[in-house]
Write a protein that binds this ligand. Structure first.
Ligand code: MN
Ligand code: MN
Length: 326
């Protein structure tokens, strides 16, 4: 091996394995290293996947009716996740409660799906295939969007009965154009999947939920809890009305959060959930059934130079997983 190759090998080795891991919370400066989610090992071939959690990016925003830029969501979430980059098998420590969650869990970042600009059906097929491969390897899929249309091809990959818990300011049940799949109609499409047995929608509000969307939601028999109901009655009251089910899949549109908390998204709507309202909701939902997968969608870094949207989303992701796997 030449000296140059040896140096490259040493640098690669130190980048992958040499980071100090004694500190929890953050073990390396956030500006160091290659951007995988939480600094997890990058697994480029799904056949080689051996992990509890597999993080998949879907950099796709051709389904949006709002501001584009969600294609950079996976990149932004990975960047913000560096704040919590450490030896992930040590878990995550919370000062409140003096507790550690997710200890001993192995994470992998399996990169982004192959995206074919202007050929969304092909991209969607790649999403379904990637999630199927993750499930076949017995890993838990965590998908980073992308606009909300990506949830449909994810759900398509499951072959077990699912209750979909859809957290969003919007119902996403517009009729849309025949045969289309976009971020405002994907729930209507998902309802037609045989594995989707039940849909619970939480956080809807504002003027974008028109009679057409509400009418369609009623037709497919979703259960809706609005943001206003949470503000007035509290999270616990709403959680108490959610029936238990066998398997739950959670899809989290960050626009459910108030724009003051999460300005980095394409379709802003006032009156959203606070951090703690959403935190408490996500902490409570895993008691309703076995969490089998989730996605975080609609992060748009171009509307949030502060990065707080992605940072908040990453924190909530860890909160949810900690509640689900203990
Ligand atoms: Mn949505
Ligand atoms: Mn939305």
């Amino acid at each position: 091996m030449s000296l140059g190759k040896k140096l490259i090998a040493i640098v690669v080795f130190l980048t992958l394995f040499g980071a100090p891991s004694a500190l929890r919370g953050q073990a390396v400066p956030t500006f160091v290293g290659i951007r995988t989610f939480l600094g997890a090992p990058y697994v480029t071939k799904l056949d080689d996947l051996h992990a509890d959690f597999a993080v998949l990016g879907v950099p796709f925003d051709e389904g949006t009716w709002g501001q584009p830029g969600e294609r950079y969501g996976p990149r932004d979430l990975r960047e913000s996740s560096q704040e919590y980059n450490h030896d992930l098998t040590e878990g995550f420590y919370y000062i409140d409660g003096d507790r550690t969650v997710l200890k001993g869990k192995h994470w992998a970042d399996v990169g982004d799906v192959e995206v074919w600009p202007t050929v969304p059906a092909l991209t969607n097929d790649k999403v379904t295939a990637a999630v199927r491969a993750i499930l076949a390897r017995k890993a838990f899929p965590i998908v980073l969007g992308g606009d909300h249309s990506i949830t449909f091809p994810i759900l398509r990959a499951f072959d077990i009965p699912l209750t979909v818990i859809h957290i969003d300011a919007h119902l996403d049940t517009w009729t849309g154009a025949p045969g289309n799949l976009d971020h405002a109609s994907h729930i209507l499409r998902a309802a037609a999947l045989p594995q989707v047995k039940n849909i619970i929608q939480i956080g809807m509000r504002g003027l974008a939920n028109d009679p057409e969307a509400v009418g369609n939601a009623r037709k497919i028999h979703t259960t809706v809890f609005t943001s206003e109901e949470i503000h007035r009655s509290g999270v616990a009251s709403v959680v108490g009305k959610i029936p238990p089910s066998e398997n739950i899949y959670i899809t989290l549109d960050v626009d459910v959060l108030d724009p003051s908390v999460a300005p980095g998204t394409g379709t802003l709507e006032p009156g959203g959930l606070s951090f703690f309202e959403l935190h408490d909701l996500l902490m409570a939902l895993p008691a309703k059934g076995k969490l089998v997968g989730f996605d975080v969608v609609e992060v748009n870094p171009y509307r949030d130079p502060s990065g707080r949207t992605a940072q908040t989303a990453v924190r909530l992701m860890i909160d949810l997983l900690g509640a689900a796997f203990h």
